[in-house]
Design a protein around this ligand. Structure first.
Ligand code: CP
Length: 290
């Protein structure tokens, strides 16, 4: 049995096979390979995209979906996370998808269940299916991504999306530049780093903007997000007519991460990422279960 805790759980050939399958799903291929199976989602942290995307993916494959309402679950009566997982596992699901505010929870839970655990995002650690759908979206535009230059911009240190993408995109040969103010820059030396967004605009093929994750900050870094936006917002004025693919995992803080004009620009692939997320997650669920 295989779990998906971080992107390294899938080797490169496995990912390319998943992408072939996701591409077929995107072309309209329907195959209810999970008919009669039960998928459970447990989201201890809020989500718009990931939870609904997994649920749509599971339903398109013919599975039944049960979503635990954490606020109304017996966690509030003192039941441990492990007992919650073990009890849901007793209902014989084909997979459990977990999001938790603490890094490491999906991996720990994988020791308490008899079905695959899929990490829907854990603290600042990993968000593997987000990185997979990001790479899939990049490869639609750049079928051979080797040597393509990507700037990951924003609150990198607190971002599970950045962590997962750094592992995956570098494995597929993309050249990564990390662009962040000092407080949001991770302490890793393997990649080019800069505090100045305008410095790299003429050199990149792709920009991946990230949300400023105030919920993970222990103290206030900027007087206001507007100060941050002055230096790091991806604006139409800043980008000009450069041929740059613009990405963001969502949720986007409008006019802080990306301005209104760039969000409406055809170079912006934010909604394409969301669309692709369903197909990639269909391929992931099918791979882990069927
Ligand atoms: N990209 C992402 O994880 O979005 P949600 O928090 O809405 O799931």
């Amino acid at each position: 049995m295989k779990h998906l805790i971080n992107t390294a759980d899938f080797d490169t050939d496995e990912i390319l096979t998943l992408f072939e399958r996701a591409k077929r799903f995107k072309e309209g291929y329907i195959n209810p390979t999970l008919e009669g199976q039960l998928i459970i989602t447990i989201f201890f942290e809020n989500s718009t995209r990931t939870r609904s995307s997994f649920e749509v993916a599971a339903k398109r494959l013919g599975a039944e979906v049960v979503s635990l309402d954490v606020a109304k679950s017996s966690s509030s009566k003192g039941e441990t996370l492990f007992d919650t997982a073990a009890n849901l596992d007793a209902m014989d699901p084909a997979a459990i998808i977990v999001r938790h505010q603490n890094a490491g929870v999906p991996e720990i839970l994988s020791g308490y269940v008899t079905c695959p655990i899929v990490n829907g995002g854990d603290g600042a650690h990993a968000h593997p299916t987000q990185a997979l759908l990001d790479l899939f979206t990049i490869m639609e535009q750049f079928p051979d991504p080797r040597g393509k230059r990507i700037a990951i911009v924003g609150d990198i240190k607190n971002s599970r999306v950045a962590n997962s993408n750094i592992e995956l995109l570098s494995r597929f040969g993309l050249e990564i530049t990390l662009v962040a103010p000092p407080h949001f820059m991770p302490r890793i030396d393997a990649y080019r780093k800069t505090h100045y967004l305008d410095e790299i605009l003429d050199e990149v093929d792709i920009i991946m903007s990230l949300r400023t994750q105030t919920e993970r900050h222990t103290n206030q870094i900027y007087a206001s997000l507007k100060d941050y936006a002055t230096d790091f917002c991806i604006t139409a004025e800043r980008i000009g007519d450069r041929d740059i693919m613009l990405m963001h995992p969502g949720p986007v803080n409008r006019n802080i991460d990306i301005d209104d004009a760039m969000l409406a620009d055809p170079r912006c692939k934010v909604l394409e990422q969301v669309k692709n997320g369903v197909f990639v997650r269909m391929a992931v669920l099918e791979h882990l279960i069927a």
